[in-house]
Design a protein around this ligand. Sequence first.
Ligand code: FES
Length: 157
Amino acid sequence: MARVLTADTVAEIEKLFPRYPTRLAVLGPAIHLTQRQLGHVSDDAALELAALLGTPVTRVKEMVSFYTMYYDRPVGRHVVRICRNLACQSRGADQVIAKAESVLGVHCGQTTADGRVTLEHEECLAACGTGPALWCDDNLVENLNEDKLEKLLAGLQ
Ligand code: FES
C-alpha cells in the first residue's frame, strides 16, 4: 500500500478520535478530510483509512460508494450537482441541465477536458420549493434558470 495521506491529514483524523465513541464512527469526517487533501478517495487512500480506523477496506468503500458527495475517482476542481427530481423538474431542471451540458461540453457524469468542472445529477437537495436547485463547492443555489447557471459556470476557475 502506497501512503497517500499527508501527516497533517492523518493528524486531523486522529484528533477526532476522542470526540467519537469508536474509531469507525470517524469514517465520515475522515473521508471528508481525505477528499479535501486528494479530491477523491483512491484505492490506496481507502486502504490507509481502513488501517487507521481499524476497519475492513470494504467499509470505507461502501461509505464512499453510497453517498453522492464522496468520490472514488478523480473529479474536476469544481463539482456541479443539479437536481433532476420531480419538484425541480417541474420548475425547469431539464432545461437547466441541458444548458449546463451545452455550456460545459460534457454530459452529466463527465468532467471537462481541462479538469475544471465535473457535472452530476442530484436526486434531491432538500430545496424542493425553491428549485431548480444546484450544489457546488459547498454552496446551495436555488431558483436556477439558464442565465443564473451560465454566470455561475463562468465564475468557476
Ligand atoms: S426535488 Fe430538487 S431539491 Fe428536492
